[in-house]
Unconditional design. Sequence first.
Length: 444
Amino acid sequence: MLWELSLKGISEFERRAIARSVHDGFESQVEYTQALIRFPSTRGNEHTIQDFVYRAFRKRGYAMERFAMDREALERHPGGGRFSVDHSTAPIVVAIHRPQSEVGRSLILQAHVDVVPPGPSTMWTHPPFEPVVEGDWLYGRGGADMKAGHAANLFALDALRRVGFQPAATVYMQSVVEEESTGNGALMTHLRGYSADAVLIPEPEDEKLVRANVGVIWFQVEVRGIPVHVREMGSGANAIDAAYRVVGELRQLEARWNERKAGLEHFENEEHPINLNVGRIEGGDWASSVPGWCRLECRISIYPGRSADDAAREIANCVSDFARRDPFLANNPPIVTFNGFHAEGYVLPPGSEAETVLGRAHQEATGEALRTFMTAGYLDTRVYALYDRIPALCYGPYSENIHGFDERVSLSSLERITVTMALFIAEWCGLEPVVRSNGTEADT
């Protein structure tokens, strides 16, 4: 029953006041989210949005830190993504709330500002970086994944302040980059020494909690051919055709990995848990010349519990074994390079106090029990689950078309999950009165 799930230590009056405060601030929250969407913060272009975020956090009086990636430290770490010339140089931004009295449990609230490319703008109903509200939906590239969640982190804390409260424990708000490419932003905060009793990341997860998450590996395959004029193409070797043959072999690898789902909790009932994506292909120099080169850029997922190094070896061996059987590639072996994500998956063990508190907050905000599921995409929560070994909660709003055209997030869902987050913070961290600069407590 609902009364049995009531938030501990938070009175009914306080719960209602917090929910009302979220509602009162929601118009400003949407406007702030729209401001974030207007930054075209694709990989490597996140500097200005991080400046904006830094100012917004500092304006509220949080202690601030801004720092760069430590490439050497990241490359030494087993969970570090592979660097390339495309790796972002934008800083990581962290806002720190320090309580008057540390009596509650500490918390990390994390979100990423980097977004995937929008593709042809003509395929969008509205320009991708010009946010538009239509009915319950907020449109824009990165609005769902995950600038809405980024704003929710801030405005959940704002909602507590409006009713005269602040967390009675340390809270770190972390704004990171490289989530869509390597995961190195979140890993950098770990290497910097930031840790807490739990982490909450409001990715767009349809108001559900992620129970299991795949690991992800990025890799390139470069194939060389023998360029000749097309009138003599029989004497040459087409690198693009050869790359197609390599893709066919990688599809066989994908099928074998999917067969391994048998007996794996959270995965065995999924139709296709392991996905290989050939995300980019380029090659050749001239339409009337047999192409002498072709490069594939690929992404594949791996099950939790399997090391990225082991999976990478199997990928490389798959390509080299096939090349030895191919009449042309046997003498011209493809080159496999790992160039981005090199991340393991994780499973969130049930039964943690943090999950219980989130469940109570979710039921209070929505009237429904919190559901869990497996998601087959990368999540930064893997850093905290695998290396900090703390409860890593990934939970956020309903959305549609993430990474696609007309990406959108549900505003009613966003308001509900912001209430959930504010109530979660209230119980997990505890509450204390906000103290004004003159030393008096704010009215509640």
